[in-house]
Write a protein that binds this ligand. Structure first.
Ligand code: SF4
Ligand code: SF4
Length: 194
């Protein structure tokens, strides 16, 4: 048995050297091919996420926190929040993915999540967003939101002005009517005296 092992100790390095057999992983220079079912860091489509928080509620380890993110969908709701995942607690069960009503969250293939600090393994929407709006798109959304708000304010102002203009003649007529009545009363009084 010992003899067999000794022979293998000589033949294996020889085989590696002559046949180019991979004796060790070349990670991180060369990433090994991962199985199709591998679950890595989540991928979020921030452009379709509706910020419902279902993923955070279903997570058994409470590792999802909803946080604001500018490049999601600022036109829909500026206060909308997006998932931030703490990979120090995530067990990659995939329940959050199953629960997402719009299928904007999925398990990605990136398994590299090392860092020097504890915070380095807490990935915000900016880190996990596979799709997000660009700064230019966000600026356009904001300009559009401002335009819509200005239009609404102008329409409200015009409606208020129109309402006031309609009320004015009615008010004037209402003021005249008592005067007439007063005049009639005076006449009847005078008539009574003569
Ligand atoms: S994969 Fe599981 S543990 Fe990780 S965030 Fe989703 S629900 Fe939570
Ligand atoms: S990722 Fe899905 S479940 Fe989570 S907040 Fe967005 S839409 Fe809701």
């Amino acid at each position: 048995m010992l003899k067999k092992k000794m022979i293998k100790n000589f033949t294996w390095p020889l085989k590696v050297a002559t046949h180019g057999v991979e004796s060790t992983r070349l990670y991180p220079e060369v990433m090994m091919e991962l199985p199709a079912a591998e679950r890595g860091i989540h991928e979020l489509d921030a452009t379709t996420c509706i910020g419902c928080g279902s993923c955070a509620r279903v997570c058994p380890n409470s590792c999802i926190e909803m946080v604001p993110y500018k490049y999601g969908n600022p036109l829909k709701n500026k206060k909308m929040q997006f998932p931030q995942i703490d990979y120090g607690r995530c067990m990659f069960c995939g329940l959050c993915v199953d629960e997402c009503p719009v299928e904007c969250l999925k398990m990605g293939k990136n398994v590299v999540m090392t860092g020097w600090e504890r915070e380095d393994i807490v990935k915000g929407p900016g880190d996990i967003a596979a799709r997000k709006h660009s700064a230019k798109e966000v600026a356009e959304f904001e300009a559009e939101a401002k335009r819509i708000a200005a239009e609404k304010a102008a329409a409200k102002k015009a409606a208020a002005k129109e309402g006031a203009a309609k009320k004015a003649p009615a008010k004037a007529a209402g003021e005249k009517a008592p005067k007439k009545a007063e005049g009639a009363n005076d006449k009847s009084k005078n008539g009574g005296a003569s």
